[in-house]
Design a protein around this ligand. Structure first.
Ligand SMILES: Nc1ncnc2c1ncn2[C@@H]1O[C@H](COP(=O)(O)OP(=O)(O)OP(=O)(O)O)[C@@H](O)[C@H]1O
Length: 594
């Protein structure tokens, strides 16, 4: 990966301070972790060699043990979710190094749901590990229990978000604890005022690594779909999922916890399993849901994008000229950290194999848009981003324009690509989809929408919170000594009025499927060749409630750049250059004949 090719020699070979600015999903995390871990191993080895050559044996053994128990590498991140993610990546990298390095320690501000976290962390700090991963606030919570005087490397990851999370004063405090010489790496996907601010204050004669989007090997195609009103969004989501226009792992971004659960309950009624990651959940619960999604537990993940309100004001801020020895937030009033502010999933979280990012609610800024769509097309893979827009809302249309200005033009693609786009087209490009094609589904969608009541949504949220508490490791001890609390929660969890799923809704009646989207019945010969089961077919023909076709009709079949579905015969002709797709085809002659 280009970012790693550049970062490793600069960080490890030249020992420079480095600013890494590269697109989402381009491999920045390993870009700094690998060289810094190697540097750490080199330091430990040289410390050990020095000890071996020291003459007094008593002295040497003392210093050996102390070297092993000093914090050498500190990684700061703006959210708890990112701290957990980096700890998990580190644990995999350190798998074969357990005899040389102790497990990394995370420092997080204790929350009400983690009453024992503080004492556990303090006891871990009695024999400090070499690597600490923390949020700035988490680090400052434990300063009286640790020393950073031996630190040799510091990383500020997702640094563009650091100041918008109100960490300016915390970072100023942290700087006071650092030794004078400490190699620092600043990492960000975007270069905004926060990053410039931090660069000025934290880096000394830095090398700058800027990897352009063009170096990405997979393609990220961006579309928007204007809808007459926001109430059409659920109709589109239902149709795209049920008609297999969207297949594979998809991430749906909404702007509130309620919209997350409304969508989840709505999809549930149609037999579509999904998971939610929202601000109402504990960090551990969120990590579990992400892990279940990453390992194929379900294909639809609905995420609440919470951190974007703070970014909004940042984006519009003009350049601030601050003194170079104090970190100030580019925002006029710095937002103070709260427990919920250090959560965010559209930034940095590594959702694996995401094929589609769907913005159910429009992100407020171009920067939050960039980060959301960066959850797909990661590590050289391809992906599609689709944003649903309420065209009656002028504000949304304005934001769309700003987003389009910020995004690269379409690269253009061959007919084999998932979705064809014209070279140089503005992105996100309009997806040509006629809502009339799916009008037949409106009745059932509206019916189900009515069934997803506010009460049902609130109960589901409460149920999730109870589930979170029941599964909490940290409350295990409490439940062991207070079983009545556990029983109360269990009983409460069962008392729910959430609507029962109606199994007939799982199926899509074939008479409702638009003709352009019906799968052509293959010939007998082709059926044999593709080993399709020849029995049981009668049933599906006789039953009007057959399941939807499993192939994507719009994204896969659209080769004419319009996004409209095309028939199988047209497909065949296009592929083989027959008929009007032949090079020798003369349109005037053809018209004459007719
Ligand atoms: N050299 C590599 N070969 C293959 N996969 C890689 C390589 N480096 C990183 N990856 C994978 O690429 C994905 C994206 O990497 P990473 O999370 O570091 O991206 P990022 O640039 O930090 O993105 P973001 O800005 O969204 O945080 C991860 O799943 C990671 O495991």
């Amino acid at each position: 990966m280009p970012v790693q090719e550049s970062a490793v020699p600069l960080i490890l070979g030249e020992g420079k301070d480095v600013l890494i600015q590269s697109a989402t999903g381009s491999g920045k995390t390993l870009g700094y972790l690998i060289p810094l871990l190697q540097k750490l191993l080199n330091e430990l080895e040289s410390d050990n060699n020095n000890d071996a050559t020291t003459t007094t044996t008593t002295k040497s053994s003392k210093s050996k043990s102390s070297n092993k128990n000093q914090i050498k590498l500190l990684i700061l991140l703006p959210t708890r979710d990112l701290v957990d993610q980096v700890i998990s990546t580190l644990n995999s990298l350190l798998y074969y190094l357990t005899d040389q390095l102790s497990p990394p320690l995370s420092l997080l501000k204790p929350q009400k749901s983690d009453p024992n976290l503080h004492s556990l962390t303090v006891s871990s700090l009695r024999t400090p590990p070499q690597i600490v991963v923390a949020t700035p606030l988490g680090l400052l919570t434990y300063t009286s229990h640790l020393t950073l005087s031996s630190l040799t490397s510091l990383v500020l990851d997702e640094s563009d978000l650091m100041l918008s999370h109100g960490y300016a004063s915390d970072l100023t405090e942290t700087r006071k604890l650092l030794p004078k010489i400490c190699q620092t790496v600043l990492v960000s996907a975007t270069l905004n005022e926060s990053v410039k601010e931090l660069k000025k204050v934290m880096l000394h004669k830095p090398a700058i690594i800027k990897v352009n989007k063009e170096t990405r090997s997979g393609t990220l195609k961006q579309f928007y779909l204007p809808l007459p009103s926001s109430s059409d969004k659920l109709l589109i989501i239902y149709c795209f999922l049920k008609l297999s226009i969207i297949t594979g792992r998809s991430l749906f971004f909404t702007s509130s916890t309620t919209s997350c659960y409304r969508l989840k309950l709505f999809l549930e009624q149609f037999g579509i399993r999904s998971g939610v990651v929202g601000g109402n959940m504990t960090g551990r619960h969120r990590s579990e849901v992400v892990e279940r999604f990453n390992t194929g537990g379900f294909d639809v993940l609905i995420a609440e994008a919470t951190e974007e309100a703070t970014e909004e004001s940042l984006d519009s801020e003009s350049e601030s000229e601050s003194e170079a020895d104090e970190i100030t937030s580019p925002k006029k009033s710095s937002k103070k950290n709260t427990d919920s502010s250090d959560f965010g999933v559209s930034r940095g979280v590594d959702f694996r194999g995401v094929k589609y990012v769907i913005n159910v609610d429009l992100p407020p800024t171009s920067s939050s848009y960039t980060h959301r769509i960066g959850r797909t097309a990661r590590a050289g893979a391809s992906g599609i981003a689709l944003t649903l827009i309420d065209e009656s809302d002028e504000g949304e249309m304005e934001i769309l324009k700003v987003i389009q200005e910020s995004q690269p033009r379409a690269e253009g693609s061959k007919s084999t690509d998932v979705m064809t786009m014209k070279e140089g087209e503005v992105q996100p490009a309009r997806l040509e989809f006629d809502l009339k094609e799916v009008e037949g589904f409106r009745y059932r969608v509206e019916d189900v929408k009515r069934a997803v009541t506010k009460v049902a949504i609130t109960e589901t949220i409460q149920k999730e919170i109870k589930e979170s508490l029941l599964n909490s490791d940290r409350l295990l001890e409490h439940f062991a000594s207070n079983p009545q609390d556990r029983n109360l929660l269990e009983a409460d969890k069962m008392r729910s009025n959430i609507n029962k799923v109606q199994s007939h809704l799982k199926h899509v009646p074939s008479y409702l499927i638009p003709s352009g989207m019906k799968v052509a019945k293959p010939s007998k010969k082709r059926r044999r060749r593709s080993n399709l089961p020849q029995t049981g077919e009668k049933n599906s023909e006789a039953d009007p409630l057959i399941s939807a076709p499993t192939e994507s009709r719009i994204f896969l079949d659209s080769n004419d750049g319009t996004g409209k579905s095309t028939s199988g015969r047209k497909q065949w002709k296009m592929k083989r250059g027959k008929g009007k797709y032949s090079k020798r085809y003369d349109a005037t002659k053809f018209r004459g004949k007719r």
